[in-house]
Design a protein around this ligand. Sequence first.
Ligand code: XBP
Length: 255
Amino acid sequence: MADLKALIFDVDGTLAETERDGHRVAFNQTFGAAGLDWHWSIALYGQLLNVTGGKERIRYYLELEQPLLPAGVDITALIADLHQAKTQRYRALVESGQVQLRPGIRRLIASARAAEIRLAIATTSHFDNAIALLETTLGPDSPSWFEVIAAGDVVPHKKPAPDIYHYVLEKLQLNPAHCLVLEDTDHGLMSAHGAGLTTVITVSNYTRQQNFATAGQVLEHLGEPGQPTQVLAGPALAKGYFDLATAERLLDSNQ
Ligand code: XBP
């Protein structure tokens, strides 16, 4: 019997649908306030999500669309300034209550805490963004529930590289066989799989069509009693929702 010791959560798209109506909006507000006529439509943002990390995504946009830049501008400094301003705008947006947790997240975290299963975060997003989301949705003391909050530039190579999951495992001092990851993207899955971790995918706004062949299970969302989820790949859910017993079984079947 595999012994589940920790749950490791991705943030954006997994805890909450933050990309389309959160990060994208904050980027656009920032560009407008900086006097730039750049606009990231819902469709364009889907393409830009091919690159993880806000700074990296702005650079990718510049390469892709080649918008006119002020003469002699230092691109790296411009990106850093825009990203800093965007982080503040995103934080304000989250704190205004516009972003809600996805089904089953609050329940799963509560049952893990009750069962003394350890909790960690592995995100490509800026640390401040992860904290803002946790505090606003789960309560001001919730960041302390997570033993490790690995975010942003803490590792040199962002997802899909496995670095962030290696980092979390190292901090937790756990073998991957005892941990389960919750993710929503192919990049996140590649990153976790690369670190030898079993992963459950809950598909999100932009990720439904991605390749999740190496996931332990693919779900519409985690589901709730009274709000059953749909299993898109992997073992059926007897109760219609994902819980710690399901997590244990998945780890077992991956041994
Ligand atoms: C999601 C990402 C991030 C955010 C923006 O990360 O790809 O780039 O869109 O992040 P994850 P910034 O799914 O790993 O949580 O804070 O860098 O702007």
